[in-house]
Design a protein around this ligand. Structure first.
Ligand code: FES
Ligand code: FES
Length: 339
């Protein structure tokens, strides 16, 4: 019994000089460990000086000190856990033109900023940056929205985002969507800043309205502004795109090249003829030209009209009109042209 009590007696702590190298190492070491590990590590120092993790914990915080000791003896592949994102950031998965993008965004970041600055997708233009011009329009779940005024952080729940690059049916000019082709071939643009926005609003309209009236088109495009005033061409482009989508045969007014505008009456592609005339009295504004252009396009034989406040270039069908008749139509509209 006395022997048993003796055998259970606690042993006094082993006295070790912390500055002396250990006589034996409790952890098996690899050759590499032995080569790279210092003679006395901080962990060795703490263990052998009997201070222990508890004492260190009391002085510096248990987790931190234990973590430090562990990190120094872990394999080099081990990494500390990733820090949580700041509260002003969100991680979202965006579905853009059928592709998934995982991105971390500031909660104040607009969709336009994410598209352009984070993802490098320059498929929408920035005009006003305050939901007034529509240049930045994209589709979210089929609805035309201003991407400058929509927070990206709210779009990570499977919404389908479509930009102008996502509606093309194939590569090259042949692969353009009918709405894109119509804007191009009907000259529904000038500087082009607004065009992507108009194309997307028109595309959204034609998904649900196959045969829109001019009033419906104007209503659908009311959130888009064209500072170049190409509304006549835009209206025409949407009507022609709608006709093409309905499966009807469509003839587009091919855009005129500057070199062709300066020539006398010339036969151009498709058997039509065009000539540039100069108004006797220039128009007051470009908006006045748009009204005149709309009026002239209703005349039989007139296939297209382009121009400025000073000049006008009608395109006509030579089997129905000649230059004299075109001059007469212009004079009857109240805008005679110089001989
Ligand atoms: S840039 Fe978005 S509405 Fe003008
Ligand atoms: S084409 Fe210039 S703003 Fe519309």
């Amino acid at each position: 019994m006395a022997e048993d009590a003796k055998s259970f007696q606690a042993k006094p702590p082993e006295q070790v000089d912390p500055l002396q190298p250990p006589t034996s190492d409790p952890q098996p070491q690899t050759l590499k460990d032995k080569e790279t590990r210092p003679l006395v590590t901080r962990r060795d120092f703490l263990v052998r000086s009997n201070a222990g993790a508890a004492a260190v914990g009391a002085m510096t915080g248990v987790g931190f000190a234990a973590g430090l000791g562990e990190q120094r003896t872990r394999s080099p592949q081990a990494r500390p856990p990733a820090l949580p994102a700041p509260v002003t950031m969100r991680r979202v998965a965006l579905d853009i033109d059928g592709r998934r993008y995982d991105v971390t965004v500031d909660v104040r970041e607009s969709l336009w900023e994410t598209l352009n600055h984070q993802l490098g997708l320059s498929n929408s233009n920035l005009g006003c940056d305050r939901a007034q011009c529509g240049a930045c329009t994209v589709l979210v779940d089929g609805r035309a929205v201003n991407s400058c005024a929509l927070l990206t952080a709210r779009l990570g729940r499977g919404q389908k985002i479509v930009t102008v690059a996502g509606i093309a049916l194939g590569p090259g000019p042949e692969g353009l969507h009918p709405v894109q082709r119509a804007f191009w071939l009907e000259g529904g643009f000038q500087c082009g800043i607004c065009t992507r926005g108009f194309v997307m609003s028109a595309y959204a309209l034609l998904r649900t309205t196959k045969n829109p009236t001019n009033a419906q088109i104007k209503e659908a495009l009311a959130g888009n502004i064209c500072r170049c005033g190409e509304y006549a061409g835009i209206l025409r482009a949407v009507q022609k795109a709608a006709a093409e989508l309905r499966g009807e045969a469509v003839t587009y007014s091919a855009p005129l090249k500057p070199a062709e505008e300066a020539r006398p009456a010339t036969a151009i592609a498709g058997g039509s003829v065009s000539k540039q005339f100069e108004f006797v009295t220039p128009l007051g504004t470009i908006e006045q030209f748009d009204e005149l252009s709309l009026e002239l396009k209703q005349k039989p034989g007139i296939l297209g009209v382009s121009g400025t406040e000073r000049t006008i270039t009608p395109v006509w069908d030579p089997t129905r009109l000649d230059e004299a008749k075109v001059r007469q139509i212009l004079a009857e509209s109240g805008h005679p042209v110089k001989p």
